[in-house]
Ligand binder design. Structure first.
Ligand SMILES: [Zn+2]
Length: 268
């Protein structure tokens, strides 16, 4: 699942292919006016949490969110193409590279003004992978949602952006915290530790290797994520999964290690 680290890795793959060189071919939905992309170049590629912003030389920006389905493929132009394929949302070529975006649910072209006023982008909290990320200041923002359980607060992109279901489950396990514990019942220093743990794990996953939060000798990449029914690596209790919040997002946990009494909790 794409979380902040996936987006930073995508930006790292896209930059050598796109930045500073003219676009010679562009195919996309009509709303993106692909014919007007030809001749432009990419000025910069930026990430904000799970969002990717491709800033173009005409001051417009392509805004990308991969959702659950979006994927990008970057190839040297002399690599054989896959031929016409369904689900291509964006096809860009420079004189050296081909970039294909497949089944990308959010792909829009924004003027500089619309970028500034974009309701979703403007509401994002600090980026957990941002260079200037301050875990103390970010933890303070969590006080805006005191009665929300940690398992819902961590992936709330308005509080801090970049954390999704994988890191939420892994970090709460590693910090020994009940995902149904509310923000108000969590000391600020504990929240800071959670955010610093998330940032540290994500920074270690920048690069081409498969994401992992666990570096054991066996094949498991994660401590709890997608391991329900398997024994906890620390205490042998079976890992469980429960749905949290209005979105019904999955939370994986070890009830013993994390002191989970019941996997539901009233809001107040
Ligand atoms: Zn355990």
């Amino acid at each position: 699942m794409p979380e902040g680290d996936s987006l930073v890795n995508l930006a790292t793959r896209l930059r050598p292919a796109l930045v500073g060189v003219p676009i010679v071919l562009a195919r996309a939905a009509e709303a993106l006016a692909p014919e007007t992309l030809v001749g432009l170049s990419v000025r910069a590629i930026e990430t904000r949490g799970k969002h990717l912003l491709v800033h173009l030389s005409d001051t417009t920006t392509l805004h990308v969110h991969l959702g659950m389905t979006g994927r990008f493929f970057v190839d040297a132009l002399d690599t054989p193409g896959l031929g016409p394929a369904p689900g291509v949302s964006l096809h860009l070529e420079t004189s050296t590279h081909r970039v294909l975006g497949r089944t990308v649910p959010t792909l829009e072209r924004l003027t500089a003004g619309r970028l500034l006023r974009h309701p979703h982008l403007a509401s994002l909290g600090p980026d957990v992978l941002g260079e200037t990320f301050d875990a103390g200041a970010a933890a303070e923002r969590f006080r805006r949602e005191p009665y929300v359980p940690l398992g819902e607060a961590l992936p709330d992109q308005r509080l801090v952006c970049g954390i999704g279901n994988v890191y939420k489950s892994e970090v709460l396990f590693l910090e020994g915290l009940d995902p149904w514990r509310r923000v108000v019942d969590t000391p600020p220093a504990v929240l800071v530790a959670v955010l610093e743990r998330a940032r540290g794990l994500m920074l270690r996953n920048l690069g081409p290797e498969l994401r992992r939060t666990r570096r054991g000798l066996d094949a498991d990449r994660y401590f709890v994520y997608e391991r329900s029914g398997s024994p906890c690596r620390r205490c042998d209790t079976l890992i469980a999964m429960a749905r949290q919040g209005d979105m019904g997002r999955s939370t994986y946990f070890c009830a013993a290690c994390q002191g989970v009494v019941r996997a539901t909790q009233p809001r107040s």
